[in-house]
Each structure stands twice: as structure tokens, then as C-alpha cells.
Design a protein around this ligand. Sequence first.
Ligand code: MN3
Length: 200
Amino acid sequence: MAFELPALPYTTAALAGRGMCQETLELHHGKHHQAYVTALNGFVEKNADLQGKTLEEIVAFSYNKPDLAPVFNNAGQHWNHILFWQNMAADGGAIPSKLEAKLVEDFGSVQSFKDAFKAAGVGQFGSGWAWLVLAADGKLKVTKTPNGSNPLATGEGKVLLGVDVWEHSYYLDFRNRRPDYLTNWLDNLANYEYAAAVLG
Ligand code: MN3
């Protein structure tokens, strides 16, 4: 069965008052994410090795295989964006107490977590993603990946939050100011309820 673009969990206008305008979401979801899904389906159609595999299996299978780099890029981006839409909310920014306690335990303070996350996003040269993951040692960690890669592929941990730092994610709202986009994302858009649910 072909992969499909998931519906957004809110309207394209829902985040406009929180620093992500309707046009950004229309283009990002309807054009960019759709293009990854369409490209991925095209690769699966032509490659029997990919058929019958879940998205997660295709990401793992194509990781670090130079001849499958286009497959990995599009499968990774499909996986990343499915997560990204869930990682934002119209009432984002509020951190549940259980997650807050874990952030304080592992980073020293909520602000230290935000500083580390923002530094990862700003420090990702070119396109990519910044992540909050639960690592195998049980600690929360911040990491970053280039282009379409993700912690599922690299094995860095279970993803609690991921933010898209490709320019298409913020250029209409923040122009070249990626640090401002990330500050706003953490304070007003991030769905910490989702992150807390993953933490369990
Ligand atoms: Mn994107």
C-alpha cells in the first residue's frame, strides 16, 4: 500500500497567532511533505526490496547505503514530518510537571534544555533537524541530524520532540532568523504533552 500524507492535527490557520502562518503550513504540509511522500512511493514502486516494508523499516534499510540515499532522504523526511506536525500544538509551550522534572534532572533546568536544543538547531549547518530524545541510558539528550536523517536511523534514542530547521519551515515567518524561530518554537509551539506521553 502506498504511503500517504497524514492530515494535520489542526487547521493550517491554527498556529498563525503563535508564529507559524497559514501559508507556511500550507506549503510545508501540502507541498514539501507531499513531495517526499510522492517521491518515496515512486521509489517503492520500482524497488522490490522496499515493497512490503513499513516506513520505519525502509528508513533503517536505506540508512548509510549510498545507492539508496534518495530513498533514505524521502523516507526519513516522511517520518520526520509525521512527527513534526504532532510536535506542535495551538496551545503549545506548556510543560507538564512530570516532563519538567525529568528535564531539570537531566539538563539542570528547563532553560538549560531550551538553550541546548536551540544551540543544536542553530548549529545544524544547512538543512536538518534538532531533537530531544530519550537515550538508551534512560537520560534525555539533545541531538541534531542533517537533511532527512533522524534518531530512528542513527539509533540515538526515542524521539520526544523534533524541530525542522530547513529554511522552508521558518522563512516566511522569521526570514533568516533561525534562532528566533527556535526560541518561539520552544516557547509557543512545542507540544510538550506529546513529549511527556512518549516519556511514559
Ligand atoms: Mn520540512
